[in-house]
Design a protein around this ligand. Sequence first.
Ligand code: HEM
Length: 239
Amino acid sequence: MSATLAAAGPSLYWYLTRSTGAVAMLLLSIALALGVVDVQRWSTPRWPRFVLDSLHRNVSLLALAFLVAHILTSVLDSFAPIGLIEAVIPFVGSYRPFWLGLGAVAFDLILAVIATSLLRQRMGYATWRAVHWLTYASWPIALLHGFGTGSDVKSGWLLVLSVLCAALVAAALLARVIAGWPEHLRVRGAALGGAGAFSLFLALWLPQGPLGSEWARRSGTPTSLLPHAHASTAGGSKR
Ligand code: HEM
């Protein structure tokens, strides 16, 4: 497999980075929605709780597998100088450091959530639950990372996929906020306010940010990798 990839050159890694990133984002959104279904204890005779439980766990683990593939292929792709360190320590690299750093933050949060879930029997419920809430923070951070550093934000398919993921997560959040109303009104209000503020931010930022002109330069791509400097480099068609 690796010989084939190496022979095909770095651009194959680049395609794999983009596709695994998109699939990971979709799986994370589905895992989040399934988590809400699970915590609400919704079940039917056809979908008993243990089935929903294991679906939630397995989709989360599949998302992690795609994330690992996403990170490894971005490191193996020789176009941009990205090391394994940048995948776990945020904001230390030279390639779009802020936007790649958000990916590292999201990855670290997801690692913490999955690790504590695998070790759940060995820790208190309150600790596990507090860490699990980080899922709600990791999702928008990962979305911003994809928009800020991805090559496909200007092509319709990534936007459509992102809107679908956002709709799924918004529906899950709404269901979570509505259930048990009006207990913990402050937390519910903060969740709704945060979601509204994030949507407004995206609507204002996207047109002048990743969808605007010269995003490759403005997002922190090293000058030597900008299209005019590297028109013929494999993978050089990155924005
Ligand atoms: C929860 C964690 C993460 C998620 C959900 C995620 C998802 C995504 C998505 C959706 C894209 C856009 C792909 C496209 O434009 O087609 C992307 C781009 C990218 N991600 Fe991540 N990512 C995560 C973490 C990371 C980490 C830790 C790294 C560090 C190595 C990384 C490296 C990259 C790179 C280099 C790109 C740009 C690929 C390109 O040139 O188009 N990602 N990611």
